[in-house]
Design a binder for this molecule. Structure first.
Ligand code: PFF
Length: 457
């Protein structure tokens, strides 16, 4: 038995490395690109509060559940779920939940890579000193001409995907570790510098009010669903990414402590990104609801106007690309781990084949921003392919996956197995809180938000 508790893919050298890798997965475009634009589109403070509640009451307990299942099953999410289900005397069909995750990762990475390509393109613009003295209208124009050009979008999407494949195929452990230990703190520090700049713009007070004073009258069912979807997306939950990293976690490490760190760092990064962006938005009279271009239209204005803006801008977009790559790795990992377990394919072969398919779908996502902008694939839904992929994966599949993971862990697994893996005593307050949130609060929240978004209550 002891042997089957060893991951066939190897293990992290310590709990700290797991925390760093999982933080590398969590912190990415979701924090810096997606969070601010969703806050802007959904009216600010009330959205932020609902988002934070989702992180704490739904995200944290489900993350503990995912890591626990991963470490107990010691394999790709599909096989981990199958193994744990069998050990618990349950149907091995729980593995389908792993398949749902693989599919979600597939869909997410297709558009994630398109946006990762934008980060790369902006790193080049920074290098060419194209932000120097840039005005807000010119910055919007720069973004518009990138997104409006099919060839540019596809070129940078392709480059991003190639970088990802090279890293994942080479085996990620060392590079990943370096990236998260050194580069992520640096990215965080640059964001802090930008917050300080934001304080000098005259828009800081408005930004604080916008982000933190809620007007709950603004909330719609759709924005609550978006907050829930974003909580899953930003924490990399609901699709097995954190589960597969949990599979490589040594048994000696505490799951509650590790997950607490990951959630804390991810949330802090998103808030700091908001505080870096919104002061500028208000100071220069931009529209907070500008949508997916928000970060790319505001930050060049900051870099163009501050001392050392050239080097800070360059570093920022390079590091944003790194953050996107460390997240992209975890989007690929569940599928790659499964294919290497289930077939004779090498890691490099599996990575390339899966990435090629995702790259193709990414082409559709990229073209839907320009040449195919008018194509609608879901009747009655006024979204381009990019928007449809984003909605279905983030707002439907991740919360659904998370719901099933919560049910599996808190209703179907034996409590002894759960407490054993979490390292908590059945009678301890920590365990009771986890059980209460994972059994009732998280599933109820997901179900209510779904029903509400469907207009059913
Ligand atoms: N958490 C990543 C981000 O915030 O950018 C995105 C992501 C990675 C989502 C891995 C889901 C996932 F499984």
């Amino acid at each position: 038995m002891a042997e089957s508790r060893q991951s066939i893919h190897g293990e992290w050298s310590s709990g700290m490395v797991f925390v760093l890798a999982a933080t590398g997965s969590a912190v990415g475009l979701g924090n810096i690109w997606r969070f601010p634009y969703l806050v802007g589109e959904n009216g600010g403070g009330a959205f932020v509060i609902v988002y934070l509640a989702c992180i704490l009451l739904v995200g944290l307990p489900i993350m503990m559940a995912e890591v626990m299942i991963g470490r107990r099953g010691k394999r790709s999410p599909i096989n981990a779920l199958k193994t744990v289900a069998r050990e618990e005397g349950l149907s091995s069909q729980w593995k389908l939940l792993g398949w749902l995750g693989v599919l979600a990762g597939f869909l997410i990475l297709s558009f994630y890579s398109v946006v990762g390509g934008w980060a790369l393109y902006y790193a080049l613009q920074a290098l060419l000193n194209n932000f120097s003295g840039i005005e807000p209208t010119a910055a919007s124009g720069m973004f518009g001409s990138l997104v409006g050009s099919p060839s540019l979008v596809l070129l940078w999407h392709t480059l991003f995907m190639i970088i990802l494949v090279v890293i994942v195929a080479a085996g990620v452990r060392k590079g990943l570790q370096r990236a998260v230990t050194i580069l992520m703190p640096l990215l965080f520090m640059i964001l802090l510098v930008m917050v300080v700049y934001g304080m000098t713009t005259g828009g800081f007070g408005t930004a604080l009010g916008f982000m933190f004073s809620p007007n709950f009258g603004d909330l719609t069912g759709a924005s609550v669903l978006a907050a829930l979807g974003q909580a899953f997306f930003t924490l990399s939950l609901g699709m097995g990414a954190i589960m597969v990293y949990g599979a490589y976690l040594p048994r000696t490490e505490s799951i509650p402590v590790a997950t607490g760190w990951i959630v804390g760092m991810d949330t802090l990064t998103a808030i700091i990104a908001g505080l870096a962006i919104f002061p500028v938005v208000f100071a220069v009279g931009m529209e907070p609801g500008a949508g997916p271009g928000l970060v790319f239209e505001t930050l060049p204005v900051v870099f163009g106007g501050i001392p050392f803006g050239f080097i800070l801008g360059l570093l920022f977009f390079v590091l944003l690309t790194v953050a996107a790559v460390t997240s992209g790795i975890s989007l690929l990992e569940p599928a790659v781990a499964y294919v290497t377990e289930a077939t004779a394919m090498s890691r490099a072969g599996a990575t390339s084949a899966i990435a090629a398919a995702i790259w193709l779908l990414g082409i559709a996502a990229g073209l839907s921003l320009n040449a195919w902008a008018d194509i609608r694939i879901i009747p009655g839904m006024d979204e381009n392919i990019f928007g449809v992929l984003e909605f279905i994966s983030n707002d439907i599949m991740l919360p659904l996956g998370g719901l099933l993971i919560a049910l599996f862990a808190a209703w179907f697994m034996r409590l002894e197995s759960v407490t054993d893996e979490l390292g908590l005593d059945v009678a301890s307050t920590g365990f009771r809180v986890w059980l209460l949130t994972t059994r009732f609060v998280a599933p109820a929240a997901v179900i209510l938000v779904f029903l509400n978004a469907l207009g059913l209550f």
